[in-house]
Design a protein around this ligand. Sequence first.
Ligand code: ZN
Ligand code: ZN
Length: 346
Amino acid sequence: MDVLPLIYSHLTDLVIDPVTRQFSGIFDLNGRLGVLFLFVSYTVAYCLFRFRKHRGLTDALSFWQFIGGNRVNFHRSALLDYRYYFVRAILKITLVLPIVGLVDPFILRSGDYIAFFTNLWGARPQPGENLSLSLVYGLGVFLVKDFVHYWAHRAFHSRWLWAFHKVHHSAPVLVPATASRVHFVEKIVEKLTTAVCLGFYAGVFWYACGGEISRYTLFGVTYLVFIFNGLAANLRHSHVWLSFGPVIEHVLNSPAQHQIHHSDAPRHFNKNFGTNLSLWDWMFGTLYVTTAKPESIRFGTRERDHDRYLTIYSLIVTPFVDTARKIILAKRPQPVPPEASKTPYS
Ligand SMILES: [Zn+2]
Ligand SMILES: [Zn+2]
């Protein structure tokens, strides 16, 4: 058996391909940081600047100032986000993909579900590939992913997972690269939950259709991802207030709504967990809608934490330290208050 080609093929699958994908993500359309989507987002921001300037609604003297100027875009936290964007690529190859790869064989795939249903009810007739099925299948993939993200995001706001998600919320200024300021543990959970749910969805859908259906894509990305990224998704992590208005925001998540999610004001806590759709927030009681009038928001997790997330090391290690401390404290027997200890039986 020729071992070298085998090693090479494993290396290509595990290391070279993800590296190429990750770094080409800056230049192609797949990543949210793709140049086209960045361009669209800043074009929308520029139109907003002209509109607000014309109506005297902004004090910004220039477009650079309107998008935060040096104060935001060269803030220590923003510089950290730019560096972390590349560190994240290394973490993805060294930790995320190998760990996901270890769990992957235990996840039921679409083929498993198809085999199960075929055994149960027999094979379905094959209608063949057609555009409407591709569109419906793509819509389903989009909805399943967005729904899973909503609940995974909510779970990461819970007591035991918060330390990991806090990495994302610790940014006191928001720039498009902040979207990538995500702890690798959160990435692993997100990838695995999405794989489990999409495996089931594809299995059921493909069985019902009698064969594999591909998603309809535009320039290589699922058409709905293309549309939503075109809706200025990069402005979610920015200081540019873009509201879709209270009615539309019941369904579509606006950049302003995500900025509310990053606010450190108690009235904004645990609101707007949605990624593309806020429909889930509306359905499950976590919706907060905005208007054209910007709200004054301070981003981050309060001053106490600002000094704790200023290095790449702290972004990666602090969540583990905090969680370990939380577990130790929870296991330690709580001291009983003197009054409570005086029971009638003591
Ligand atoms: Zn969050
Ligand atoms: Zn965010």
